[in-house]
Design a protein around this ligand. Sequence first.
Ligand code: NAD
Ligand code: UDP
Length: 324
Amino acid sequence: MDIIKRILVSGGAGFLGSHLCERLVEQGHDVICLDNFFTSQKSNVVHLLGKSNFELLRHDIVHPIFLEVDEIYNLACPAAPGHYQYNPIKTMKTSVLGSINLLGMARRCNAKIFQASTSEVYGDPEVHPQPESYRGCVNPIGVRACYDEGKRAAETLFMDYHRMNKLRTRICRIFNTYGPRMHPFDGRVVSNFIRQALANEDITIYGDGSQTRSFCYRDDLVEGFIRLMNAADEVFFPVNIGNPGEYTIKQLAELTVELTGANSKIIYKPLPPDDPTRRQPDITLAKKYLNWEPKVPLREGLQKTIDWFKTINPELYRPPTPNY
Ligand code: NAD
Ligand code: UDP
């Protein structure tokens, strides 16, 4: 195995962060999971608490913190529209002030630092599929802007710290990812559809369901994270990580009904403002620099996610996030 590194994962108790912590702990690294538990709960990492190379810190990255680390993965940020719109000013602070605090730590420790960015930097794209060179079409004053513009500003900060301080930065533009440990009430499409189907409730499609998304299974994504962090330092620019398989939301609803065997009826609700009409990653750079591409098809990943949802008690999670 490689040399043991001290690795900070901010947002480490969340859906993706908890899986990343798990992988890094398995690899033998000394892992610090930092989280303010705004959109997660300890149950996501409780199985790691007894490990001698895992440590859990309750902290909010909007405030500075001093730690000695070799690598930082910054995943701290509410990710679901209902969560990030709950307190949009806080969302922006988390992306901007939080990034400044962690970039400062990376500079002080000479640590490598990774930013969980997003396909939302492309907004409602006019270019399809989206390569990293596309600059995006974001409404800077809409209800999604607190997230989209916050993540864009964070990318700016990462690039400027790289240019000015020679910091070793990594920027991962994540496309919609799903899997076990998604918050059942986060309001995202996969969690909503599965929860509704398992309860034989109506499945709520927003708009006519013709909008598309490309869904990546969490194991594929976390593998991409680790490969990007371990890539050569020349890969300091943004890299898309996502599954190019593109589906309409209606197709996702139908597949969820088929795999759960639900009696649910599909119903239609108004489309939220600024909802992107299509999204598909161009993963040429990930293939070239990371030798990465996703392996898990939607049908297989969705089945695993459904199986996990069957094992949880939704009453133990915070109540439904207000959505549209
Ligand atoms: P999540 O909500 O499960 O995880 C985010 C974690 O960050 C939570 O544990 C939350 O409590 C924590 N957090 C939020 N604000 C914080 C703060 N100020 N200080 C400390 N901790 C804070 O969401 P996720 O899906 O696991 O997303 C993880 C990261 O990946 C996010 O940065 C998100 O923007 C990005 N991302 C995710 C997706 C996806 O499809 N899942 C897509 C694009 C980008
Ligand atoms: N969506 C839907 N029904 C739901 C939740 C979401 O039709 O119950 C739609 C939503 O309008 C969007 C897509 O599914 O077009 C993906 O939504 P999600 O919130 O998961 O992610 P994002 O819009 O950030 O990609």
